[in-house]
Design a protein around this ligand. Structure first.
Ligand SMILES: NC(=O)c1ccc[n+]([C@@H]2O[C@H](COP(=O)([O-])OP(=O)(O)OC[C@H]3O[C@@H](n4cnc5c(N)ncnc54)[C@H](O)[C@@H]3O)[C@@H](O)[C@H]2O)c1
Length: 375
């Protein structure tokens, strides 16, 4: 079994992974109320979720599985978490079946964020997206089936991108699945694969479909941090197409709260196998978001460059959130004004995060008539 333990503070647990006795494993299992395995928690939403859960549940133990791709960094996890006695980091790919299978044998809850997540990268090259988002999810599902007597709940993090552009508004969970990019198609494949394992093997899964998330530590290739870091680093702000595309923006902390509710809902049968949107039911255009950012950063006259639209662009996303309210008792708690101001403050205080990632955050995209543009 290939396994690299970078942070091992739950000594007995770590030893058991490396092949020590059942007795040691049992002692450790009794130490914590629940063990939560989180894939992809060195990335944006996963690290926000880990932070939220870690502080909310002081008697829980956390195992993070992450391949540390270009999108993941251990700097996204605070030292207080890393140095605690209830955090284990396992540096591996979710396709490393033997490892994830063994780790699931110690996990009560699994929350699966790990994915290739950037639409533009998937347009340039989609192979990794299929490998991680579909096959990686399959590897976890097979492990879940093997460990069905141990794992109580498996939360799969899907995305609103599976719907494509809104055919009706707001977009409820029964909106057609019409992915418009290879990323969205890979995520749609994973989303339906999770559902098929629920139907076929009766596994304890819930599928969460977040709309556009924002908050601290999001990679600068994504819209809000990209605009913010362009301003911080003195580059022009670039907007795809007309800028009239609209998105439903939900703060990562609100997403974390929805997942927490799915993990702890007393009547699990009422959400088992369900897909549930997480959004705000408000659509805001890219132009309006850009203007809000410029205003908060007091750069109202900052230059904006309009470039070609992204191939396969989604015109409108707006969440129907009745199901989240009815099944989870969830609704968003952070307004865009408050969340945006807070997020921009974080980027202003973390200029190094922006400068480290900015140069590698645009990619050559074939537009048409032999035109290639960096997007
Ligand atoms: N960011 C959004 O707006 C948004 C919206 C809806 C859904 N989602 C979904 O939420 C999840 C998290 O998104 P994010 O924005 O935090 O992503 P991210 O790109 O910031 O982080 C992804 C993490 O997964 C890890 N990873 C990638 N491939 C891996 C592999 N093969 N094995 C193990 N780890 C691997 C990366 O190292 C990184 O830490 C994804 O599944 C994404 O599709 C994101």
């Amino acid at each position: 079994m290939k396994i690299h333990l970078l942070f091992v503070h739950c000594g007995l647990f770590a030893l058991s992974v490396l092949g020590f006795s059942q007795d040691e494993r049992r002692i450790n299992d009794q130490q914590f109320k629940k063990t939560v395995m989180i894939t992809g928690a060195a990335g944006f939403i996963g690290s926000n979720f880990l932070e939220y859960m870690f502080h909310k549940y002081p008697d829980y133990n956390f195992i993070v599985v992450d391949a540390l791709t270009y999108a993941g960094s251990l700097n996204n996890i605070s030292d207080s978490i890393k140095n605690s006695g209830r955090f284990t980091f396992v540096h591996t790919d979710i396709n490393d079946f033997d490892t994830v299978n063994s780790l699931m044998g110690h996990s009560d809850f699994v929350v699966h964020f790990a994915a290739e997540s950037h639409v533009t990268r998937s347009i340039v090259s989609d192979e990794k997206f299929l490998h991680t988002d579909i096959l990686g999810t399959r590897s976890l599902l097979v492990a879940l089936n093997n460990n069905r007597n141990k794992v109580e709940r498996f939360i799969h993090i899907s995305t609103s991108e599976v719907y494509g552009t809104a055919e009706n508004q707001p977009m409820n969970e029964d909106h057609p699945i019409n992915p418009r990019s290879p990323y969205a198609a890979a995520k749609a494949g994973a989303d339906r694969l999770v559902y098929s394992y629920y139907c076929t093997y009766d596994l304890p899964v819930v599928i969460i479909r977040p709309f556009n998330n924002y908050g601290p530590r999001q990679h600068v290739e994504k819209l809000i941090p990209r605009i913010a870091s362009s301003i911080i680093l003195n580059h022009p702000v670039r907007i795809h197409g007309s800028g009239n595309q609209s998105r439903d923006w939900v703060h990562a902390l609100d997403t974390a709260k929805a997942i927490d509710l799915a993990l702890h809902k007393p009547d699990f049968a009422s959400i088992k196998g369900e897909a549930i949107n997480v959004g705000t039911s408000k659509a805001i255009t890219v132009n309006d978001i850009a203007q809000s950012i410029l205003k908060i950063m007091q750069k109202e006259n900052y230059p904006i460059e309009y470039i070609s639209d992204r191939p396969g662009q989604v015109d409108c996303h707006i969440a129907g959130t009745e199901k989240a309210k009815a099944l989870l008792g969830w609704s968003p708690s952070i307004s865009l004004e408050e969340g945006l101001a807070d997020t921009l403050k974080w980027y202003l205080e973390n200029e190094e995060f922006c400068s480290k990632l900015f140069e590698s955050s645009s990619h050559p995209v074939y537009i048409c008539d032999d035109k290639i543009e960096y997007q």
